[in-house]
Design a protein around this ligand. Sequence first.
Ligand code: G4P
Length: 283
Amino acid sequence: MNVQWYPGHMTKAKRMMEEDIRLVDLVIEILDARVPLSSRNPDIDRLGRQKARLILLNKADLAEERINSAWEEYFKEKGYYVVKVNAKNGAGVKVVHKVIAEACKEKIERDRKRGILNRPVRAMVVGIPNVGKSTFINTFAGKACTKTGNKPGVTKGKQWIRLNKSVELLDTPGILWPKFDDQEIGIRLAFIGSIKEEVLNITELAIKLIHYLQKNYQGVLKERYQADEEQEVGKVLEDIAKNRACLLKGGEYDIEKAAALLMDDFRNGRLGRITLEVPENIE
Ligand code: G4P
């Protein structure tokens, strides 16, 4: 596996984000609740230092609720504000407004002491690809918001979305590059679709997922595909192909198609709520 995975356009994105981050009071970091550690880029702690920090455990609907709560505690203990959200249907998004005010109360107080009243908090959304940044911005900003134009000298070329009288959001998210020097992390990122299947081919990826499900989520493959989970993984994949009529011209099983179908079902939550990383503090 190529652990140096770092596409050229990420270099530009990183430079832009370093500039953007200077303009904001609050960094809203979006993680995928199924893999909160693997979907983090630790460099954000350096980039976002001296800023208020809010972590959103997004796609909470796709991960186990009990473990979502354990992750919430985990990050709170480390000093972040945390909210579990489903950016797609808007669950938890209201709470974000409340938590932003709380996370930025020091800044608001500082402004007040300096005689600055009603200066909105400025926030930006960051995260690795596919965690739901655009979906969140759309849901969070809603239709009611107005875009504020360029303010000469201060925000050259930047578009801000006025969310309410006290918060403005940068309309383009900061894309963080996935980072991994460990194959397991690379695999989890490929599972959730944050890096393309260049890490492993789709069949290898599906086999890894079946292994994980056999160990941690017994019954899931049986329920969805009537697969015999006790068999070795290759056979389980054949069962999926059989169940979903994935056949080649000659009538043989189309294993690659079955693998792609399994990954798609997993990514879209059709296998149920599945968490791939569990914090140590869980009982
Ligand atoms: P990005 O900007 O961070 O790259 O991510 P984006 O918003 O494009 O979201 C990536 C995919 O994740 C989208 O699905 C989006 O609908 C889905 N998504 C985002 N937030 C949530 C969430 O909280 N729960 C669930 N279940 N899904 C979420 P897609 O398949 O690419 O598009 P679509 O089929 O939804 O149109």
